[in-house]
Design a binder for this molecule. Structure first.
Ligand code: BG6
Ligand code: MG
Length: 216
């Protein structure tokens, strides 16, 4: 089959592994300690955005000074890193290692585009770091999702223009980032990803050939 698609770029949290749940539990612990109401529904607004933007959204306009903001983010990361200690290769979401291997077999270049500063650590614990040719994380660009900058940075590293790359995302901010950058987009999971070119419950419901045939 002929296709113009040369690269796949994956979000991490909620796409490769379910660390999205760990982010929620860590923010929830902080919110409970600070007597801030924070529900799973509230957490949907934090999906995919940076650590600082997550704090802003959790605060819902409640003012705090910069020193307190930094201290609270550090506490959240301590809680989050506690959950990271439990991650093993079994924490990859269903079908993910197989899909990555299938893509490589098909000659597709593979990138990671995650807002997280913990992305490399998570990939190492999953034993998937070597599956990626380029890793873009929370240190790679200044403007985080929904800005397209991170995906553009990763695509550049893969020597692939956006219109020949597919982004896999579980967050509205990530789909917006992909579309703003001129990428093809696959939306995964139950969040608001309906603007994507293709949607599925998870990677396990896709094959590489399905994706290529829908994006070509
Ligand atoms: C994103 C997550 O991948 O990374 C967000 O979807 C998270 O929930 C963000 O806040 C930043 O992660 P970290 O590990 O740098 O705090
Ligand atoms: Mg995500």
């Amino acid at each position: 089959m002929s296709t113009s698609i040369k690269a796949f770029i994956f979000d991490l949290d909620g796409v490769i592994t379910d660390t999205a749940e760990f982010h929620f539990l860590a923010w929830k612990q902080l919110a409970d300690e600070e007597k801030i109401t924070f529900t799973r529904a509230d957490n949907e607004q934090l999906r995919g955005v940076s650590r600082r933007e997550s704090l802003n959204r959790m605060l819902k306009g409640r003012p705090i000074d910069e020193l307190t903001a930094q201290a609270w983010m550090e506490r959240k990361i301590v809680y989050y890193k506690h959950y990271l200690t439990t991650i093993t290769p079994d924490y990859a979401l269903p079908g993910v290692p197989q899909f990555l291997a299938e893509a490589r077999e098909a000659g597709i270049k593979i990138g990671l585009g995650s807002a997280s500063k913990n992305a490399v650590e998570v990939l190492e614990k999953l034993q998937l770091r070597n599956a990626f040719d380029v890793i873009g994380d929370g240190y790679s660009v200044v403007n985080s999702k929904p800005a397209p900058d991170l995906f553009v940075w990763v695509a550049g590293g893969l020597y692939t223009p956006p219109n020949q790359a597919v982004v896999f995302e579980d967050a509205e901010a990530g789909i917006d980032a992909a579309l703003a950058g001129g990428f093809w987009a696959v939306g995964l999971g139950s969040a608001n990803v309906k603007k994507a070119h293709l949607t599925a419950n998870g990677i396990a419901d896709l094959t590489v050939q399905t994706v290529l045939s829908r994006m070509a």
